[in-house]
Design a protein around this ligand. Structure first.
Ligand code: ATP
Length: 736
């Protein structure tokens, strides 16, 4: 070990920081020169710095200061040639070059500036040197600053370099030309933590091709590192993992299995159906109950039979209703008729369909409207009749009578306000037209997507206004000029509600002048009626008097309650107190409907909820389940107020009274709601749950329909009060 001395031989302790730095740098140069590290570029640069003397340090001798240009105040000393010469011997000259220079004093100097190749013998020492330099560079990025003493200890400097700061060493390395700026930067980049901020490539690439292999390696490595995307390593591992997994998998992948499941369901013939019908009737006659679920002999057949029986039970109940026949002979009843269906000159296949549905005689509206609708030339009609008196059947018969089965394009168009109603009307067309060969129906409703350009060959289109408009004008699936019969079901709402009105009237205006227009509803406000008469050319009119609007087969009650909870309690009391076939409970808002559903479910009732926010599939499934009697109670909003025809519904509950935006009673909706019970002459009950402050609303409804004063209530719909007036409507009951 030798002591490190300054350029003028002064002791380390006596040197100022700058002199120390120079001493260290000189010592470092000594190492470089002495170990024969061979970098052609550095050698060249070295000669550029001082063309007159080559910097080299010999152990034991004072290190020469090589950078006169930067430090002119320090005199240059003669460098020892010993090591330099020895190292030169280990190098091969690549290009010989002698340079002639004239000094300021006029003296001429000849210097050998040949370019020499890398030494092949200095590999090991190069590595040591490389390691030392790299560690020096790395230290620059350590977060905590260390004292010069610490640094020198860390890099294991010989004791003569102890105390020299890292910055000083690096600074010297850069000036001395131990590496070009690019080279140094390579080292820095290589040793930096990975970053996605790209280093300055312009600087790096400037010397590309000239730099040595190690530097180039680091440059490429840096490029590679910087080009990676976040998560690349992880993804790479994942890919390899999958590849390995695939390679190591012994068994081949199993192919999907195709299992054939035979369809055991046989569509029952008419003979079978009548046999079943008789069976059901006998069962009902014997003990009045029919336990379908107990019969579990054959599961597959059971499901089909079950569903069929459900339908037949309902059908048989309608068929066995003698009350309807009695009413149809009563001139004051809306079901009264003098004529038979045969007298209405209906086609034979239609008559077959009607009888298959269990209709014996037409209702009043059917008897009156059908001759007008079937007349030649066709006549327009605006018709009003109470809920559940057979309006749908009437216009369906008109459409089926006018359609030409041989022409395969839409000829009849029917608009309904809701998806459910459109679906229900379509089913009536299907059932009634069962014997009309080649007559088909198509549903223009949300969810039924028909590709643009498809040729629609079905003759009857039933839909909601929005979708029909889309099919007619946007998709051009329906040619409105070929439509012969146009029906607006629930015409008042179709004309009066803003969205529907725009759409329906746009469609109606595009129809040909010879197209027959039929408007049906149970309710028509005067203003709507006038508007309807304006838009329909020369219409026939069937209109009810105000006092005929309500049906005396539906008895109406109200229950005074404190609040929502109290209403719910009253509902439970009614529910538990009387025999209910099926019930529909109307709420004014979706929120209330949801709340009530949850309450009832928590109390163990089997209820279903139908509101507008559900998807069409959900709505269709809920209504079908309710029709099939799977749920006894349907909680809903005004979405089901109109047209829905479920014969078993014996009770309608208005959990909230229907009001319009001005918080005034919505008379039409009230009438349509209660009309969900008491279908075609059956008896029904309607209950109104009223908070005390809402009583004036109820009184307004009572006045509007000019109802009789309240009478003694009877909660059993089967029990007809003998002294009941014809139009008993609202009866006051005490809070249960
Ligand atoms: N002539 C008839 N004989 C027996 N039942 C009938 C007859 N006409 C219709 N019905 C039945 O009466 C029920 C009510 O008929 P429909 O739905 O056509 O009435 P609506 O007047 O359209 O009712 P809403 O005003 O609620 O729309 C249906 O179940 C239907 O099958």
């Amino acid at each position: 070990m030798e002591e490190l001395v300054g350029p003028n031989g002064q002791k380390w302790a006596n040197m100022d920081p700058e002199e120390r730095m120079l001493a260290a740098a000189t010592a470092f140069t000594h190492i470089c020169a002495g170990q024969g590290e061979g970098d052609v570029r550095r050698e060249v640069q070295c000669s550029q710095y001082d063309p007159y003397s080559k910097a080299s340090v010999t152990p034991g001798k004072r290190p020469a200061f090589p950078m006169q240009l930067q430090y002119p105040h320090i005199e240059s000393h003669t460098a020892s040639e010993t090591v330099s010469e020895a190292s030169q011997r280990l190098r091969k000259p690549v290009m010989k070059r002698k340079v002639l220079r004239r000094k300021p004093g006029g003296e001429v100097l000849v210097t050998d500036e040949s370019i020499i190749s890398e030494s092949e013998s200095g590999g090991e020492t190069d590595l040591d040197l490389w390691d030392l330099k790299q560690r020096l560079m790395n230290l620059q990025f350590q977060e905590d600053r260390e004292s010069p003493v610490d640094t020198s200890q860390k890099v294991n400097l010989p004791h003569e370099y102890q105390g020299i700061s890292q910055e000083q060493l690096i600074c010297y390395l850069q000036r001395e030309g131990m590496g070009s700026p690019a080279y140094e930067q390579d080292l820095i980049v290589a040793s930096r933590p990975k970053s996605f901020i790209l280093p300055r490539l312009d600087q790096l690439s400037r010397n590309r091709g000239k730099i040595d292999r190690v530097a180039r390696y680091f440059e490429y490595k840096r490029d590679w590192d910087s080009m990676r995307l976040p998560g690349e390593d992880h993804r790479k591992e994942l890919r390899w993992g999958i590849r390995e997994h695939m390679l190591s998998r012994a068994e081949p992948q199993s192919k999907p299995q195709h299992v054939y499941v035979p369809n055991n369901y046989l569509v029952p013939t008419e003979k079978k159906r009548s046999a079943l019908r008789w069976g059901v009737r006998c069962d009902l006659a014997n003990d009045g109950s029919l336990n379908i679920e107990e019969d579990d002999e054959d599961d597959v057949v059971d499901l089909a039979t079950n569903s069929l029986l459900n339908k037949l039970i309902r059908q048989s109940l309608v068929e066995s209703s003698h009350r309807v026949e009695v009413l149809q002979k009563d001139p004051s009843s809306p079901l009264y008729s003098v004529k038979t269906f045969e007298e209405l000159r209906l086609k034979e296949e239609l008559l077959k369909g009607i009888y298959a549905m269990g209709f014996n005689r037409p209702s009043k509206i059917q008897e009156m409207a059908l001759p007008m609708m079937l007349a030649h030339p066709p006549q327009n009609l605006i018709a009003q009749s109470q809920s559940g008196t057979g309006k749908t059947a009437a216009f369906v018969l008109a459409m089926l009578s006018r359609v030409n089965a041989l022409e395969l394009f839409p000829q009849c168009l029917c608009l309904a306000p809701t998806y459910e109603l459109a679906l229900q009307t379509g089913r009536v067309v299907e059932r009634m037209g069962k014997f009309c060969v080649d007559v088909e129906v198509m549903y223009a409703i949300r969810g039924n997507r028909i590709p643009r350009g498809t040729e629609v060959t079905k003759q009857i289109i039933i839909g909601t206004p929005g979708t029909v408009l889309d099919w007619c004008f946007k998709r051009k699936l329906i040619d409105l000029t070929k439509i012969r019969v146009f029906v607006l079901d629930e015409a008042d709402v179709m004309i009066d509600t803003q969205g529907f009105s725009d759409q329906s009237i746009r469609i109606q205006r595009a129809l040909p002048s010879e197209c027959q227009m039929l408007l049906f509803s149970a309710t028509f406000e005067d203003s709507v009626w006038q508007f309807a008469e304006r838009i329909i050319p020369d219409p026939n009119v069937i209109k009810l008097r105000k006092e005929e609007l309500t049906l005396n087969n539906i008895r109406q009650y109200y229950v005074l309650c404190e609040d929502r909870k109290d209403k719910y309690q009253a509902l439970c009391n009614i529910y538990g107190g009387i025999t209910i076939g099926q019930a529909i409970i109307f709420c004014q808002t979706r929120r209330n409907a949801k709340w009530l559903t949850v309450e009832m479910m928590q109390d163990g009732h089997q209820v279903s909820l139908l509101s507008g926010e559900l998807t069409v599939e959900q709505r269709a499934s809920i209504i079908q389940r309710f029709r099939d009697g799977k749920e006894k109670v349907l909680i809903t909003t005004n979405v089901c107020a109109r047209g829905i025809d479920v014969k078993q519904v014996t009770i309608v509950v208005n959990f909230d009274l229907p009001v319009n935006q001005a918080e005034e009673p919505d008379y039409e909706t009230y009438l349509h709601r209660i009309g969900r019970t008491g279908r075609f002459g059956k008896k029904g009950l309607a209950f109104n749950m009223i908070e005390v402050d809402k009583l004036p609303l109820l009184m307004k409804i009572q006045d509007h329909f000019s109802t009789e004063p309240p009478s003694t209530p009877s909660l059993d719909p089967a029990q007809e009060p003998s002294d009941a007036p014809v139009n008993v409507t609202i009866t006051v009951t005490a809070t249960p």
